[in-house]
Design a binder for this molecule. Structure first.
Ligand SMILES: Nc1ncnc2c1ncn2[C@@H]1O[C@H](COP(=O)(O)OP(=O)(O)OP(=O)(O)O)[C@@H](O)[C@H]1O
Length: 275
């Protein structure tokens, strides 16, 4: 479990990126921080591995204040996947993925084997292992970034807009794969995005932020959609545009679900009630 207790961060230039933020992130589930650019998402994410130290308040992991832990040791115990993958250009993919293990003192041969396993887990073939990042597509590089985040088998995985820079089809593929991996691995994932669709797709808990890291609403996607806290949330999740307000209509004896404007969103499938 990760807990933010009344944390704030003011950078040296005096701008308060986060004012007063509290949140509990349950273990073995995915929490998504979502909000517009500059609302403090990255600042909050980086507080968990001490890339950013709060100006006030505490961050606890399993009830231990992480200010009492060495930043280097802490960082090695937490997986981190960033936008643009962040691979070192002059290192082969397998060596990039093995980096967290090598830094932790794992012998070269074992680190390579484990890196190969991690690459397979994210769907990258062994033929890509000895290539350099520039020889891979953007999506493949992101997969390698996820493999590097997972290679040391951390309990916590921080993901900062990891799929932000790839096209929508590749992005959907990466999202599906993360869902499958998480189903299997059950990590505690903290994921940052500005895309509400991605947040609803991946998040068990979704935290909608306003500027200054102010929580507009936190809850499951269903809770947020069923009872948006205010007009800001209603607009942020698209409830004001009619797209998410659905009703049942009959079409040739079939029951279909349509939006406010009558555009079809899907069919009602009674067999799903039993799953
Ligand atoms: N190192 C820094 N020094 C000074 N100000 C910073 C620094 N990092 C972030 N900020 C400021 O803090 C605020 C929050 O930034 P942060 O990157 O946490 O937001 P974000 O929601 O992740 O934004 P984005 O989606 O654009 O990455 C912004 O106003 C930003 O300019």
């Amino acid at each position: 479990m990760i807990e933010y207790r009344s944390v704030g961060k003011t950078y040296d230039d005096g701008s308060p990126a986060v004012d007063d933020f509290s949140l509990v992130i349950p273990s073995h589930s995915t929490t998504v921080l979502v909000g517009s650019s500059g609302c403090g998402k990255t600042t909050l994410l980086r507080m968990v591995n001490r890339m950013v130290d709060p100006t006030h308040g505490q961050v606890l992991i399993d009830d231990v204040d992480i200010a009492t832990r060495g930043p280097v040791e802490l960082r090695r115990s937490i997986g981190y996947v960033m936008q643009q993958a962040g691979l070192l250009p002059h290192r082969r993919i397998v060596d990039n993925v093995a980096t967290p293990l090598r830094l932790a003192g794992v012998p070269r041969r074992e680190a390579r084997e484990r890196a190969m396993d991690a690459l397979a887990k994210v769907g990258l073939g062994a033929d890509l292992a000895d290539k350099y990042p520039r020889q891979l597509s953007g999506g493949q590089q992101q997969r390698a970034g996820v493999a590097r985040g997972l290679v040391a088998d951390p309990n916590i995985l921080l993901m900062d807009e990891p799929f932000g820079a790839v096209d929508p089809i590749v992005r959907a593929d990466l999202q599906r794969q993360l869902q499958t991996l998480q189903h299997e691995l059950g990590k505690t994932i903290l994921f940052v995005t500005h895309d509400i669709e991605e947040a609803f797709l991946l998040g068990d808990q979704v935290v909608i932020l306003r500027k200054g890291g102010v929580v507009a609403q936190a809850g499951s996607p269903a809770e947020i959609l069923a009872a948006p806290a205010d007009d800001f949330v209603r607009s942020f999740v698209g409830l004001d545009k009619g797209r998410r307000r659905l009703r049942i209509a009959e079409l040739d004896g079939q029951r279909v679900v349509v939006d406010e404007h009558g555009r079809p969103a899907g069919v009602l499938d009674p067999t799903l009630d039993r799953t």
